[in-house]
Every structure is written in C-alpha cells, then in structure tokens.
Design a protein around this ligand. Structure first.
Ligand SMILES: Cc1cc2nc3c(=O)[nH]c(=O)nc-3n(C[C@H](O)[C@H](O)[C@H](O)COP(=O)(O)OP(=O)(O)OC[C@H]3O[C@@H](n4cnc5c(N)ncnc54)[C@H](O)[C@@H]3O)c2cc1C
Length: 321
C-alpha cells in the first residue's frame, strides 16, 4: 500500500461537480498526515480538459467510449482494477448517488472498509463523519488498509480545490469494458414548463414540517413576495405533494442559490448534500437541535405557520411603500 490519496472525480455532461474540488481539498489535508500525494482519478471520454484546473499532484485519466457517461458497471470495473493494482492509502468518493453506488460495491467486491458521510479530517488524519442523520459527528481511526470514504459538503471550500496550474496528467489503459450490463440510454429532463431549481437565485424549500399539501400555499405566497420558487425535501415529494423536479438533495437536484430558506426541514445529510453550498441558508425550525442549524447562517425556532404569513405580509407592505 502506498500513502497517496485518490479522489474519484464526479462530472456530468462536461461539468465537474463542486464536490470533486471539495474532495481534493480534503485529500490534501489527509495527504499531509500520510505523507502521500493527492491523485485525481478522472474517468471519461474526450474529457481530459476537465482536469486542467484541478489542485492535485497528478491526474490519472482513463479514456474509453464506455466511460463517456457514468454507469455503475463501467466505473466499478475501471476503479476496481486501479485500486487493486495501485493500493492507495484512501479513495475519496462524493456522497452522491454516483459515489454511494460505486463505493458500496467496491467495498464489498474488494473487501475494503468504507467510511461514509465524512465531512473533514482532523489534524492527525482521522475522518470526522456524520452519523445518526447528522445528529452526531464521529471521529474514527483511518483503518490501516486502503480505505474508501464518501464525502459530504461542509468541511472544505470547493474553490480551494482549483488551481491555475495544470497538474500532471497520466493516461491509463482502460480495462476491457465489453459486455457491460448497464448502459445509458437517455437523460430524462425535468418536465417541460417547470422551473429548473438548480438555476434559481431564491429558493423557499418546504419539508415535512409543512404537514400537508394545502399548506404549501403559504410557501408559494412567500416565494411570490420574494421573487423566488418553491422546492421541497424528500418526504414532501414522496407524498406526491410536489413534483420530483422540485426535490433538493441526494436523490434530487443540487442547488446553489443566493438565498435558501428552509421551512420545517430537519437538515438530514441527504438533503444538505443538495443545498449545503447555497450562499445564505436561513432555517425556520421549531427544534433547536435540528441539524439544519449547523449549516444555516440565520435561523429561528418560531413556528413556521406563525412566521411565514407574517413575513409575506411584511414583504408585500414594503413593496407597496
Ligand atoms: C438514499 C437516500 C436518499 C435520500 N435523498 C434525499 C433527498 O434527495 N432529499 C431529501 O430531502 N431527503 C432525502 N433523503 C431523506 C432524508 O434522509 C430525510 O429523511 C429527509 O431529508 C427529511 O426530510 P424533512 O427534513 O422534510 O423531514 P423531517 O426530518 O421529518 O424534519 C421535519 C422538520 O420540521 C420541523 N418542524 C415541524 N413542525 C414545524 C413547524 N410548525 N415550524 C417549523 N419547523 C417545524 C421539525 O422540527 C423537523 O426538524 C434520502 C434518504 C436516503 C436514505
């Protein structure tokens, strides 16, 4: 085993996900304690240009038509070979549907430990991870074998994972990727006519605390007064109260608005993954211990049913004046 820290770069349709840059920063912190290098692992097809601004010592680039788009099958095969052959100290994946899919299978297939929801590393290289839905931060040893970790936002700034100096890029041979069981057939775009919440600057997001579908109207009124749009956490979408195109989080969209107002949302890691990089997060939640307050810049424990209509009224008055 060597002491290098690998970062599996997540990208979609020509765009590197911010979490990838954030992981490079985390990898740098960890590499300082192991004495190894930060190695970005980029899988793709004609995608080498994506590596140019990565703050890594080296980039291992595997090019193959079957890697043009993410599929679990192709990623697993390619990464399994790479990890087996090179035995890095640790491999960081995004805590996303892609990262969770690949890291879980690789952990089982290669019999390697997996630490999930890691937010940062202590000064002596111990992973600090969220457990119990974000209610507890656990600091653990880094097992003394190649360790897989999934990383969540919040511990590092993605901007610091970018560099003006292109890293050394090493082209790697792809394994045989014939007879894959999974291939991408098409991307399914959000329903026509609906807004794309990932591009909206002001988002009013409702969680289970909204209680029922009829109450969503108070959030819509507030959104109108503020010039924003309404989004939702998963229970709201699972109940069928809002469309999946409005879902924020691991299984929905990643959003990065100027203002994210969370109404009755607890702040589970799967939700924070989708909104944790918003410029200003404001939380309205009656539970003082709700994890949403860990990522919020402003917060209040006033009942949302008291606050939201009053806030809407006030905004309307200001607009009229
Ligand atoms: C694989 C996987 C993927 C997932 N993907 C996602 C995802 O993409 N997006 C997502 O959101 N979740 C996702 N989840 C679910 C996630 O774990 C949480 O269960 C979910 O985010 C909780 O939603 P919530 O905060 O709305 O509800 P809860 O956790 O039930 O929180 C409701 C909050 O409302 C507050 N509240 C209640 N009444 C009021 C009131 N009157 N005024 C103010 N506050 C009030 C409560 O204090 C509470 O904190 C996923 C889970 C898994 C396992």
């Amino acid at each position: 085993m060597n002491q290098d820290i690998y970062v599996v770069i997540e990208h979609l349709r020509g765009q590197v996900a911010d979490i990838s840059y954030l992981m490079l920063v985390g990898a740098r912190a960890l590499a300082q304690t192991t004495g190894g290098e930060v190695i970005a692992v980029l899988l793709g097809h004609d995608a080498q240009g994506l590596a140019n601004n990565m703050a890594a010592n080296k980039v291992l680039y595997v090019d193959h038509p079957a890697l043009a788009e993410f599929t679990s099958d192709a990623y697993q095969k390619t990464l399994a070979g790479l990890i087996r052959e090179r035995e890095p100290r640790a491999v960081l994946f995004a805590s996303s549907s892609i990262g969770a899919d690949v890291s879980g299978v690789l952990s089982a297939r290669l019999n390697l430990p997996l630490i999930s929801s890691c937010q940062s590393f202590s000064a002596d290289g111990r992973p600090i991870s969220q457990i119990c839905g974000g209610k507890i931060m656990a600091e653990s040893d880094l097992p003394d074998t190649t360790t897989l970790l999934t990383m969540i936002p919040g511990g590092y700034k993605p901007e610091e994972g970018q560099s003006g100096k292109a890293p050394e890029i090493i082209k790697m041979e792809a394994p045989s990727l014939d007879n894959l069981r999974v291939t991408l057939k098409q991307y399914i775009e959000p329903e026509a006519g609906d807004v794309d919440i990932s591009k909206e600057p002001i988002i009013i997001s409702v969680g289970r605390g909204i209680q029922n579908q009829d109450n969503i109207e108070i959030a819509e009124e507030l959104a109108k007064a503020l010039g924003g749009v309404v989004a939702a956490s998963r229970p709201v979408v699972d109940q069928g109260w809002m469309s999946t195109s409005r879902l924020v989080g691991k299984s929905g969209k990643k959003v990065k608005p100027k203002i994210y107002l969370a109404l009755g949302i607890s702040g589970a890691p799967e939700h924070v993954e989708g909104m944790g990089e918003s410029e200003v997060i404001i939380a309205i939640n009656t539970d003082t211990n709700a994890p949403i307050f860990n990522v919020a810049k402003y917060g209040t424990t006033i009942d949302l049913f008291d606050l939201v209509p009053a806030l809407t009224e006030k905004l309307r008055e200001i607009k009229k004046a």
